[in-house]
Design a protein around this ligand. Structure first.
Ligand code: HEC
Length: 431
């Protein structure tokens, strides 16, 4: 539980971490449990758990390790690189059709009765009148190091790379993408989250003055050719009443960490192997994370076999309005593709194409390597103007612009313009 805006010093520390994200990957307590696996383990469930624990280990700043990674919000909007972990509206929730990531600095409405007929039976009975959830997407440094030099951090750059340069996108094995959903107590009629007290059931964190609970964690890792897809939820009925409900998406299946391996929403025990991993992480891992369970994993289109290739998170996919029995991480993400005009299918399978199992081939499209982050998480153009205060000459620009761009994790390519003489100039900052 950290207040994200404690002091200027903390903010500065955050900038430094953002700028030297390699260093930020090192956890505070350097033990094995806080190190990311560099090869697949004996089972994909173990790989998933080891990533979950390592990403949630506290970094030296006190933030969770994944919170120190580059956020989608920062890539879309330079001013969101100041501070960290700012929310963006769920692109999946925004629905199909739009390829324009409109970040609102905000939260999205949760699914309520009447939104989508088929979801009605699963709408929690304890929602307040206008419940919201708040999403964050971050990607680790190996993913940034691959994407940036190829120009993949803008939609136009991707189209150029795929169609003019005839490149193919294959992220390195160390690449990890994370999506986390937070929810405030005000979304429920019966919730009280107190960030000043330890809560053993769900991880709490104060963000911009509000105490949020972490209701869902999505992970994808390129340790497997089609990535590893894994999703976690807390055993906490106030926020996740439909966890493991097979009538919605799927029962839970985790032969490595859960006893019993298959479950339908009742609390399960941890296996000795998982308990040993928690013990190894020690104080670097908030105890609340021990109450999370793995909903399931996929590395191939026919998994999990126990749920006929369906896998969804009862919080994230439900609030993104994915219909019952229509969630498969790997299948939906396989549609992360662009055509020569730069268009992507709207965040999932186009009408009539397979939602579960083997995805259909889309004509004229090229693969973004399963990354909807590339499809939705980046701006159209690589370069954006950022306010720099007054700039009086080329020499003045040379002293001011590199720093202005660096704060926004961008680089200065020599462009600047005065927008209001003596008052405001802008630097052209590029991803
Ligand atoms: C119906 C389609 C769909 C399904 C099903 C789906 N996703 Fe996604 N996912 C998306 C879209 C679209 C985004 C981009 C949203 C954003 O960045 O705001 C996304 C974002 C993500 C991200 C952040 C990085 C990125 O690529 O944008 C991760 C990680 C992720 N999903 C994992 C999963 C996992 C794990 C599951 C299954 C439990 C899953 N997804 C199910 C469509 C889907």
């Amino acid at each position: 539980m950290i207040n994200r805006h404690i002091s200027m010093a903390a903010l500065l520390a955050v900038f430094c971490i953002a700028l030297t994200a390699h260093a930020a990957e090192k956890p505070a307590a350097a033990n094995d449990a806080c190190a990311f696996p560099t090869a697949p383990l004996a089972t994909q469930e173990e790989t998933a758990w080891r990533i979950f624990v390592a990403m949630n280990c506290k970094a030296s700043s006190g933030a969770l390790t994944w919170e120190t990674w580059t956020t989608q919000a920062c890539l879309n909007n330079p001013s969101d690189c100041k501070g960290f972990g700012r929310f963006h509206q769920s692109q999946l929730r925004n629905g199909s059709g739009s390829d324009d990531p409109k970040r609102t600095q905000g939260c999205s409405p949760m699914t309520v009765s009447g939104d989508k007929h088929l979801l009605d039976p699963f709408v929690p009975t304890n929602l307040s009148t206008k419940p919201v959830f708040c999403e964050e997407v971050t990607v680790n440094q190996p993913e940034m190091d691959y994407a940036r030099p190829k120009g993949l951090l803008s939609a136009n750059g991707q189209t150029d790379y795929l169609f003019s340069q005839k490149g193919t996108i294959t992220f390195p094995t160390k690449a990890i993408e994370v999506k986390v959903d937070w929810v405030p107590a005000s979304s429920f009629t019966n919730a009280k989250f107190d960030c000043t007290k330890r809560n053993g059931q769900i991880y709490l964190e104060e963000i911009e003055g509000v105490c949020y609970a972490m209701a869902s964690v999505h992970i994808s890792s390129k340790l497997y050719p089609n990535w590893l897809w894994a999703t976690f939820e807390p055993q906490y009925a106030i926020t996740n009443p439909n966890r493991c409900n097979l009538a919605l998406y799927n029962a839970c299946y985790d032969p490595w960490g859960s006893d019993p391996a298959e479950s339908d929403g009742r609390n399960t025990n941890t296996t000795p192997a998982l308990q040993a991993l928690f013990t190894d992480a020690g104080t670097a891992l908030d105890p609340a994370f021990q109450n999370y369970r793995l909903t399931g994993t996929q590395t191939e289109f026919n998994q999990p076999e126990t749920s006929n290739a369906m896998l969804g998170n009862s919080f994230t996919e439900f609030n993104a309005q994915v219909k019952p029995q229509e969630a498969s991480c790997i299948t939906c993400h396989a549609y992360a593709q662009r055509d020569a005009n730069g268009n992507t299918p709207g965040g999932g399978a186009p009408k009539g194409d397979a939602k579960i199992g083997t995805p259909s081939i889309l004509t004229g499209h090229k693969s973004l390597d399963f990354s909807w982050f590339l499809g939705f998480g980046v701006p159209t153009q690589a370069c954006q103007d950022i306010n720099a205060g007054p700039i009086f000459s080329n020499n003045d620009a040379k002293t001011k612009c590199p720093a202005v761009c660096a704060v926004a994790l961008r680089t200065w390519k020599g462009q600047w313009t005065t927008t209001e003489p003596g008052v405001q100039s802008v630097c052209g900052c590029c991803l």
